[in-house]
Design a protein around this ligand. Structure first.
Ligand code: C5P
Length: 245
């Protein structure tokens, strides 16, 4: 297939450039349900270039000094939608869809704040958006190609969270347990679980469920294939590549 030399000069025709084919896959589910492991396994199995994981933690709002103080006392609700800067996340995803680069904040769980440095994302082909509330905001849901909800027994979630928060997030067990019962669990019932019915695929038992992960990967591959066929058809329609023989 050869690209016509005139294609960048034509202004009349409706042509959607390849970056508009960016696919976004949302993975929601309880803290500790295994969202990150599922996302990593999907990336590994897809085995394509330009697949990135975008973690919603990067979009926590900046806290006031008073909120900061409460966060350090495990007395701040990081599990309700108000704690996340959805406007910034929506703008970031829209920019990426337009082919613009985006600067992603780097979040520190130990300090409860964004770090001065950012990571830059350039035109990825697939973004896996992972976060407890990945399917919450309708503006985001509208942009998603596949909506996944990862489920796990809540005792398993709490157990995983204790181990991870002690090892990786600089927390102590007492504080983790307090925050879990005061905020994480109530917000799960109020905001996280209600995303379940709007998901396309529910993965029970998270990462252990290799059958479900295989299905997810196949589903994503099919979606990507459909998009790339649509894109080639568009180019063909515009006479920018040779017609199929
Ligand atoms: O990785 P995971 O999905 O578990 O991350 C989300 C969790 O991180 C939320 O349940 C929230 O309670 C917790 N969190 C926190 N401290 C912050 C920001 C988020 O404990 N500063």
């Amino acid at each position: 297939e050869s690209i016509s030399p005139f294609y960048s000069m034509s202004t009349e025709v409706q042509y959607s450039p390849p970056w508009q084919d960016l696919s976004i896959i949302g993975i929601a589910g309880s803290s500790g349900s295994g969202k990150t492991s599922v996302a990593m396994e999907v990336v590994r199995s897809l085995n394509l270039p330009w697949v990135v994981i975008l973690v919603m933690d990067s979009f926590y709002k900046t806290l006031s000094p008073e909120e900061h103080h409460r966060a350090h006392a495990n007395d701040y609700d990081f599990d309700c939608p108000e704690s996340i800067d959805f406007d910034l996340l929506v703008d970031t995803l829209r920019d990426l869809k337009k082919g613009k680069k985006a600067n992603i904040p780097v979040y520190s769980f130990a300090d409860h704040q964004r770090q001065p440095q950012t990571t830059t994302l350039y035109s990825p082909r697939v973004i896996i958006l992972e976060g407890i509330l990945a399917l919450h905001d309708p503006r985001i849901v509208e942009m998603l190609d596949v909506k996944i909800f990862v489920e796990a027994d809540m005792d398993v979630c709490l157990g995983r969270r204790i181990l991870r928060d002690v090892r990786e997030r600089g927390r102590d067990i007492e504080g983790i347990v307090k925050q879990w019962f005061d905020y994480v669990k109530p917000s799960y019932t109020r905001f996280v679980e209600p995303q379940r019915p709007i998901s396309d695929i529910i993965i029970p038992r998270g990462i252990q469920n290799t059958t479900a992960i295989d299905m997810v990967v196949k589903h994503i591959q099919r979606k990507l294939q459909e998009k790339s066929e649509h894109h080639s058809e568009e180019l063909r329609r515009l006479g920018l590549i040779a017609a199929k023989v």
